[in-house]
Design a protein around this ligand. Structure first.
Ligand SMILES: NC(=O)c1ccc[n+]([C@@H]2O[C@H](COP(=O)([O-])OP(=O)(O)OC[C@H]3O[C@@H](n4cnc5c(N)ncnc54)[C@H](O)[C@@H]3O)[C@@H](O)[C@H]2O)c1
Length: 278
């Protein structure tokens, strides 16, 4: 297998596209085109352009990665459609279904053109440091080689899993796509609580951040399940037990987190058009 990742046409290089690009650059990426309105630069030998119309016709990407906001993607579909006849499209857009994106590309191509292939992935921002979680869905038309190429690209920036039913992408989006935000919120709240308990702000920040990071690293490196690791911290009648009595009350974290995940998954379904916007 080639050591270098194949050339990419990356459409949208903001928080998520930029996080994946950071990871791919570290792994070695063949000369690629990055389309983004705001990014100031990309390192040589890659090319940054402001619009899809500026990508030369002669460019042959190994994969087209769509990473604009779901509501903004339609503006680029016509310009990228010819490239979609040469390479599969990997969409990381929340909510937009593979079939819907395929139809947009097909509408932009001359009648009788071969059908473009759109594979979906839901990555997350820890991809920028090689610690991402990406879940992929490919329609039945995808070949084993095309699926393997997606796995290779996303494995370069973290863990990869595949689902066989596209509907599962809404729950995946709510948990691993959005999930880093919940963990960062936990760090923010721990820091605020530390300050409220009288700690100096710098110390409150340091212990909150390192506790979240250290707990994540322990869970990964030990391979021990989360409930056991939690019990290992919890001395009977001790301090942790008192805190967990508050957090694990049925109307506390169990109810709040499941309501939060339901709301995020519902929004993903709304973006797909499967549900009306509430
Ligand atoms: N942010 C995340 O954690 C995350 C995680 C998983 C999936 N996603 C998905 O990734 C996509 C991007 O999200 P984001 O948070 O990176 O958004 P973002 O706004 O940070 O990035 C989008 C980028 O697309 C560029 N862009 C938009 N329209 C363009 C056009 N016509 N021509 C050139 N550039 C254009 C913008 O300049 C911007 O930099 C979304 O569809 C989102 O659902 C995001």
């Amino acid at each position: 297998m080639d050591a270098m990742l194949p050339p990419l046409l990356l459409v949208g290089c903001g928080n998520m596209g930029g996080a994946m690009l950071d990871g791919w650059l570290k792994e070695g990426l063949a000369p690629s085109f990055i389309i983004d309105r705001h990014r100031p630069s990309v390192p040589a030998p890659h090319h940054l352009v402001r619009s899809a119309d500026e990508v030369p016709d002669s460019f042959h990407p190994g994969m087209i990665v769509l990473a604009t906001k779901p509501q903004k993607v339609d503006a680029v579909m016509t310009a990228i459609a010819p490239f979609a006849l040469r390479a599969p499209v990997l969409s990381v857009l929340a909510g937009r279904r593979a079939g819907d994106l395929t139809d947009c590309l097909t509408d932009a191509l001359p009648a009788g053109s071969p059908m473009p292939l759109v594979i979906r992935a839901m990555p997350n921002t820890p991809s920028s440091v090689g610690q991402g979680m990406s879940v992929c869905y490919a329609p039945p038309a995808a070949t084993a080689a095309q699926r393997a190429l997606c796995t290779r690209l996303l494995r370069a920036v973290g863990d990869v899993a595949w689902i066989e039913h596209e509907d599962e992408m809404d729950a995946v989006t709510a948990i691993s796509g959005s999930g880093p935000a919940y963990v960062f919120l936990l760090a923010e709240l721990l820091e605020e609580a530390g300050i409220a308990e009288g700690l100096p702000p710098d110390l409150a920040r340091q212990i909150a951040r390192q506790t979240v990071a250290g707990a994540g690293a322990l869970m990964v490196r030990s391979g021990v399940d989360a409930a056991t690791l939690r019990r290992n911290v919890t001395s009977p009648g001790g301090t942790t037990q008192k805190a967990l009595d508050v957090l694990m009350a049925p109307d506390a974290w169990p109810a709040t987190l499941s309501a939060a995940i339901r709301a995020a998954a519902r929004r993903s379904r709304e973006l797909s058009g499967a549900l009306p916007v509430s």
